[in-house]
Design a protein around this ligand. Sequence first.
Ligand code: HEC
Ligand code: HEC
Length: 372
Amino acid sequence: MKRSRINNMFFMVVLILTVSACQRDLPVTVKDDSLPEYDPTPFKYDLPAYAPRLPRAPADNPTTYEGVSLGRMLFYDKKLSGDNTQSCASCHNQANAFTDSGRRHSVGILGIEGKRNSMPLFNLDFADRFFWDGRARSLEEQALMPIADHSEMAENLPQLVEELKADKRYPAKFYAAFGTTEISEELIAKAIAQFLRSMVSFRSKYDSVRFLNKGFFSESEQRGYELFFSESGGDCFHCHSEGNLLFSTFTFENNGLTAASQIEDFPDPGLGSVSGLTEDYGLFKVPSLRNVALTAPYMHDGRFATLKEVLDFYSDSLHYSLNINYSNLKRSHLEVGGMKLSEDEKWDIIAFLHTLTDGSAIRDSSYSDPFK
Ligand code: HEC
Ligand code: HEC
């Protein structure tokens, strides 16, 4: 009798020790009945069958509805900037395929004008480097950069963590997404990356005509499509390739914007500033041309206000420079300053580019401001 009571007590002590030891390894579980159960639901992409593939998430940050929902809130929350006046959406407006509403260079909270043009945010996961110069290697890595960037949101990250902890809405959202109310920079980045990954756009006129046998290209659009893919026409496809349906190889190229006989001549070194390699100077990420009709102005520095200016450039104003890849941009074209397109041919290519606009993505309420 006595012996079994001791046994029982011993058992209880072991149990209590084990439970408390386990708890230390568990994510912080706040005993608060208002918290939802931690049971995140894997995110299902609403992609048409012809889409090249599903976006891929890193193993340590699977995309879930809860994570996407939190990321969306963070994306639109002005708390993410130093003086609480700017959110990501301030420079990435859904109506403009998440670019900066026609602005050439984005302006941060301190009134500092950056030197680059904002980039569209769709189908991001199909590339493996981000920003015009490729300085971010993943969406997770990218996500915190504009928040901390002095010329953008100029926020102090540890302070942001404190602000979010103090906001009643966030701890429960972090719990639902990650099983912990312990907010951290890493989880902020993961949630934003999940939201960015969820933004896809594959429902343009081009897709309907090519894959759904719905509608027709106009004669001008059809001519533009053929010119785009013809070496004796626009010769655009070596860099803006159709293979992945995104009209970009997502490699880094020099498209002849600036004459440069030595690397110092490039006003913006692009990939060269990241890698330090001479052969990377003047190379920029080839942008996807999906939704391009909505994303003016154009190029890394926003130098062209319209697609017509872009076509005038490719037709007549290409510059010789270091680091041009002649298998993508023909030497014969450079020798005569461009692809030498007639005015009609330029307008045909522009008509084709307009078929890449996806009206459903820019209206999709799952990407819109959750605070409205
Ligand atoms: C002040 C304006 C501004 C704000 C605010 C801003 N961005 Fe950007 N964003 C830009 C500009 C400009 C670029 C291009 C920068 C470069 O290449 O150096 C860019 C590039 C990007 C890219 C790279 C896209 C690609 O295809 O490589 C992503 C992703 C992105 N921003 C997401 C965000 C997120 C998420 C936030 C909020 C945390 C944010 N941005 C806040 C202006 C802004
Ligand atoms: C040698 C590769 C290459 C070829 C060929 C090429 N492009 Fe580009 N394109 C790029 C690169 C790289 C950029 C970004 C350059 C930069 O900002 O410095 C770009 C940018 C653009 C942009 C601006 C997109 C934006 O979001 O700002 C448009 C539009 C465009 N190209 C259309 C075309 C068309 C049309 C053709 C054919 C007439 C063509 N490109 C041929 C590589 C190429």
